[in-house]
Design a protein around this ligand. Structure first.
Ligand code: HGY
Ligand code: MN
Ligand code: MN
Ligand code: MN
Length: 408
């Protein structure tokens, strides 16, 4: 085996060159770069001795047979779409490291007691259609056909984008996995935070995955001439939204949750027009659902008061919701044993980020293994980085996990 982790890191950097933008890494669902990345992942899976299929929403699923026919399947996976101007390892690492493992086993003619599948999910971030976890939801039978009518910023519907990508929207979501075939799901992912870095540890075992709701809030005021309308007579949609954004930040600062306004759009904006129509996104997360719900109630009540005071109209849509997920104890133990066998202390920690594992947890024993993030633990940022050593230890630990997995 070449130095474990080398192949994974090299390929992550190569895969990031399939980007929608020439000057930073962005890969949105079904874009030309997304399709090129899909083809590249398929080629690497075949090279590793896997058979490959592409499902109804563009998930790429590689399969490496077990030593005996009829064995259950241990599924690995993560996503190959990205946020805008993202990091090269978010998602991709959880596809490429398991491929390196299978390539190593294949080179030795080695088979495990379970079949190994790797799912490269086509859309986890939801950056194009605001449909978080679309493709893992589809794989667990939760595809929402209403998503087909959602449009991206250019007005292209998911339905048309699927057709352009050679997929049949009518077939979307009709090929969910059979849970009875699964021995479990394990997602390798970068931590996207500083905990392992601060602890001086390369790998971790995820205990819970915090849940996030995503909303779009729309503020309608009165557009007007920037030069003639006195300040006191304005119903400025943008200053109302700005006050709401600061209220959101203040409420989240009250503790035990995080809230982010990642996108704010002034519709038909001009420098000499008082904004009449603004919308903004709200991503709100907490370690438990009750805390998050209470914060949502407080925030929406406070925003309504601001709207009334400023004579603007506030409407809101919840784009997606997810519940806090506890990784299965059995899988946490298996992952911890594998990490220990790779010669590393197995630290347990929660995940503040959401992951496809949240969806798979609904149908099978699910766990996650974290890899230390360099550069201060930053992620969703081009500075995101992982060392070859840590990727190598992750490959070693995953191989231990596969080799120890009992015939289910
Ligand atoms: O938003 C998240 O937590 C993940 O990166 N989709
Ligand atoms: Mn992400
Ligand atoms: Mn991710
Ligand atoms: Mn994720």
């Amino acid at each position: 085996m070449t130095r474990p982790g080398n192949l994974t890191i090299e390929r992550a950097l190569a895969l990031a060159r399939h980007s929608d933008s020439p000057d930073h890494y962005t890969r949105l669902l079904y874009s030309p770069a997304h399709r090129a990345a899909s083809a590249q992942i398929q080629a690497w899976m075949r090279e590793a001795g896997m058979t490959v299929r592409v499902d109804s929403v563009g998930n790429v699923i590689g399969r490496y047979e077990a030593a005996t026919k009829g064995a259950k399947t241990l599924l690995f996976g993560s996503h190959f779409d990205s946020v805008r101007n993202g990091g090269k390892f978010d998602g991709n690492l959880g596809i490429l490291a398991p491929i390196e493992c299978v390539a190593e086993m294949n080179a030795r003619g080695e088979r495990a007691a379970v079949a190994v599948e790797i799912a490269a999910f086509s859309d986890e971030e939801g950056a194009r259609f605001a449909t978080g976890f679309l493709s893992s939801k589809s794989l667990v039978g939760q595809f929402d056909r209403a998503w087909l009518d959602r449009c991206d910023a250019a007005g292209v519907s998911l339905r048309d984008a699927m057709r352009d990508a050679g997929l049949d929207p009518e077939a979307a979501g009709k090929d969910a996995l059979d849970p009875a075939q699964l021995a479990g799901y394990v997602e390798l992912h970068i931590e996207q935070g500083p905990v392992l870095l601060d602890a001086g540890l390369p790998l971790g075992v995820v205990t819970t995955i915090s849940a996030g709701n995503r909303h779009t809030l729309t503020v309608k005021g009165v557009a007007g001439h920037a030069g003639t309308v006195p300040m006191k007579m304005r119903h400025d949609a943008l200053t109302a939204a700005a006050e709401m954004v600061l209220v959101i930040e203040k409420r989240a600062g009250a503790g035990a949750l995080v809230a982010t306004v990642g996108i704010l759009r002034v519709h038909e904006g001009s420098s000499n027009v008082i904004p009449g129509h603004v919308d903004f996104t709200l991503d709100i997360r907490a370690g438990d659902d009750a805390t998050r719900r209470a914060a949502e109630d407080d925030i929406f009540t406070a925003c309504e008061v601001i709207a009334k005071q400023r004579g603007v109209v506030l409407t809101r849509v919840r784009q997606s919701e997810s519940k806090v997920v506890r990784c299965s104890e059995a899988m946490q133990l298996r992952i911890a044993e594998a990490i220990t066998a790779a010669g590393v202390e197995a630290r347990r920690l929660p995940s503040g980020a959401g992951h496809d594992a949240m969806m798979l947890a609904e149908i099978c024993e699910t766990g996650m293994m974290f890899v230390r993030c360099g550069a201060g633990g930053v992620s969703h940022n081009p500075a995101e980085t992982v060392s070859v050593e840590d990727a190598g230890l992750a490959v070693r630990a995953l191989l231990e996990l596969i080799r120890r997995f009992p015939p289910a």
